[in-house]
Design a protein around this ligand. Structure first.
Ligand SMILES: *[C@@H]1O[C@H](CO)[C@@H](O)[C@H](O)[C@H]1NC(C)=O
Ligand SMILES: *[C@@H]1O[C@H](CO)[C@@H](O)[C@H](O)[C@H]1NC(C)=O
Ligand SMILES: *[C@@H]1O[C@H](CO)[C@@H](O)[C@H](O)[C@H]1NC(C)=O
Ligand SMILES: *[C@@H]1O[C@H](CO)[C@@H](O)[C@H](O)[C@H]1NC(C)=O
Ligand SMILES: *[C@@H]1O[C@H](CO)[C@@H](O)[C@H](O)[C@H]1NC(C)=O
Length: 315
């Protein structure tokens, strides 16, 4: 801001105030204009001081910065665009981005990240584009890493050391459109199954899916992870170990013995039923006998009653 050069003590005081609010200087080797600070390739070995506080876009790419100090970064509360591509940043901590909650674009590609602590991005609910590609020493991401970045649309996870991802990490990424996953040594074991199913079910773009392939196990090596869901499910669901076999044997034995007992019970019931039927039909036969005796007695009686006719009237 050119006001810093204004004359008089009043101006000095004013410019001091403005210096705190909007910043009045520009870091060495950088260009500052219209809320934009460009330090691209400025041979910085650490985060520059004197960045105007009203900066909205900050380019720190192509330097040798090892560390992002949360205190200094947090002063830039209007920052929406931060490019840290091609530096030597090793760690991103929970509080690193606490103050820059308006951030929309964050590029951490081509660094030397080994750790992104779980709540690093938890204040970045406006973040639309996140690039952490080409960090070959980054071996894992916590499942809470993206818990609060619900505006994310582009996520670049290419060329890292990631072997696996927890599908729960993607639960809150409801606006995610494009996901880059190539160049990672994906280990397609059964823990990976849920994530591969998520990839099948979700309508994401995978521009690099041909190169996002399983490295392990050997049976699945070369399979695109966007397509490995079904074979992996087959492998994991039908895979049986010792305990499963014992369990199945026990189940089989139980079913067999239950069947035997059931058959025996059915047999017993059948025999009992038949016996009961036979007895009841004998009773009926006896009954019929009784009835015919009765009938003949009636005939006899009627013959006696009807007198000389000789023929009973009933017949
Ligand atoms: C990157 O990180 C790894 C592991 O922490 C370390 O061995 C290596 O020296 C680092 N590389 C640079 C250029 O700092
Ligand atoms: C998510 O962001 C909101 C504010 O945007 C904050 O209150 C909350 O603590 C954050 N959640 C986590 C897990 O950090
Ligand atoms: C991430 O960064 C790499 C290299 O810096 C670049 O090629 C890639 O396009 C970026 N990804 C996104 C989604 O912008
Ligand atoms: C699958 O591989 C990952 C990454 O190496 C490992 O953490 C996990 O324990 C493995 N899961 C199984 C079921 O072997
Ligand atoms: C896949 O990798 C090959 C070789 O590394 C490269 O030529 C090709 O452009 C990549 N394809 C995509 C879609 O990234």
């Amino acid at each position: 801001m050119s006001r810093a050069s204004g004359p008089g003590p009043g101006w000095l005081l004013f410019s001091f105030g403005m210096g705190l609010v909007s910043g009045s200087r520009c870091p060495n080797n950088c260009q500052c204009q219209a809320q934009e600070v460009i330090c691209t390739g400025a041979q910085l070995t650490e985060y520059p001081s004197d960045i105007p506080l009203n900066t909205r876009r900050l380019y720190l790419n192509d330097n040798s910065i090892r560390f992002l100090p949360a205190m200094n970064l947090g002063l830039l509360s209007d920052l929406v665009y931060l490019d840290c591509q091609k530096n030597l940043i090793q760690e991103v901590m929970d509080y690193t981005f606490v103050g820059v909650f308006k951030l929309i674009y964050l590029d951490l590609s081509f660094n030397n990240l080994t750790l992104i602590s779980p709540y690093s991005f938890s204040m970045l609910s406006n973040l639309v584009q996140l690039n952490i590609s080409s960090n070959p020493h980054l071996l894992s991401l916590n499942k809470y890493t993206f818990a609060n970045t619900s505006s994310l649309r582009y996520l670049d996870l290419r060329n890292t050391g990631l072997q696996t991802l927890d599908h729960a990490a993607f639960h809150n990424l409801i606006t995610l459109q494009t996901l880059y996953l190539s160049g990672n040594p994906w280990k397609c074991n059964c823990s990976f199954l849920d994530f591969t199913i998520y990839l099948i079910m979700s309508p994401l773009n995978h521009p690099d899916e041909q190169n996002a392939t399983c490295l392990e196990p050997t049976e699945l090596a070369g399979w695109p992870i966007t397509k490995v869901g079904n074979p992996l499910r087959y492998m994991c669901v039908t895979h049986l170990d010792h305990q499963d076999y014992i369990f199945l044997l026990l189940i089989g034995f139980c079913i067999f013995s239950a069947g035997t007992v059931a058959a025996w019970l059915t047999g017993v019931c059948a025999v009992l039923y038949q016996n009961a039927r036979r007895r009841s039909s004998e009773d009926e036969a006896e009954d019929e006998l009784g009835q015919s005796v009765e009938a003949s007695r009636r005939i006899f009686q009627s013959r006696v009653e009807s007198g000389q006719d000789g023929f009973p009237q009933l017949i």
